[in-house]
Design a protein around this ligand. Sequence first.
Ligand code: NAP
Length: 256
Amino acid sequence: MQNHSGVDRIGFESKTVVITGASRGIGLEIARAFAEAGASLALISRSEEGLQRVCEGLRTQASQKCFPYPTDVRQKVEVERTIERIREDFGAIHVLVHNAGITRDGLIARMQDQAWQDVLDTNLNSAFWLTRSVSKVMIRQREGSILYISSVVGLRGNAGQSNYAASKAGLIGLGKSLAKELGSRNIRVNIVAPGFIETEMIQQLSPQQKERILANIPLRRLGRPKEIASICLFLASSWASYITGSVIQADGGLFA
Ligand SMILES: NC(=O)c1ccc[n+]([C@@H]2O[C@H](COP(=O)([O-])OP(=O)(O)OC[C@H]3O[C@@H](n4cnc5c(N)ncnc54)[C@H](OP(=O)(O)O)[C@@H]3O)[C@@H](O)[C@H]2O)c1
């Protein structure tokens, strides 16, 4: 649908959007943003109860389809079954936002195999399993948009976060490669790299660590989950129809 200036309005009516890590934090705001734009939502996280609550809230606010698909994204078979169920339930998948992610920080000399494996499985291997399944649906449709939530840590590195940085840098390499591979099928792939955003994830930081971080952010505040959600909505929309393989950094100027 176009307005008087000939520009499409951002609308996702009749579009199915799959969002991982949608039970709270940034993923919850991404779900809200797509719901307000009229999308039908398939929400993924481990907590069925959390997803039910989110869907109930979104259905009353914006009255569209929203269904929970409790899934542990570290489990390949679970991920593949979930995507197949979503395809059967909705008939199509237009947008995938892979946002689920965790940290298990530690210095390399002391890092346990499990901390490495959990972070790589949750943040990066999941992206491979999700995208392999979703891309088959999108290729058949000849339409799709894939978004990965990476991090500035994936671009710059961070002491004590080698596992997290490797997983987030991996998402950038994966996304850029897939943009090249899938562009001819009308599938765009983009990456969002947030700085420090106010969610449960950064409540693990001490007040002193927070103070040090704030002193280095030119905008002098942490980001809000909504400020990441609006980038996702833009990138998945026709307003960004010529953008693929890009990394959009949203860090208040921290690494400008
Ligand atoms: N907050 C920041 O400052 C920041 C900065 C840069 C990038 N990011 C990235 O943004 C994304 C969202 O972060 P956030 O701050 O919103 O984190 P959060 O509040 O901790 O939420 C993480 C989400 O991921 C889900 N999740 C975790 N492990 C999962 C698994 N194995 N299977 C399925 N879902 C799983 C969680 O749900 P369940 O626990 O119910 O499974 C939850 O919905 C992450 O990828 C993070 O790395 C965050």
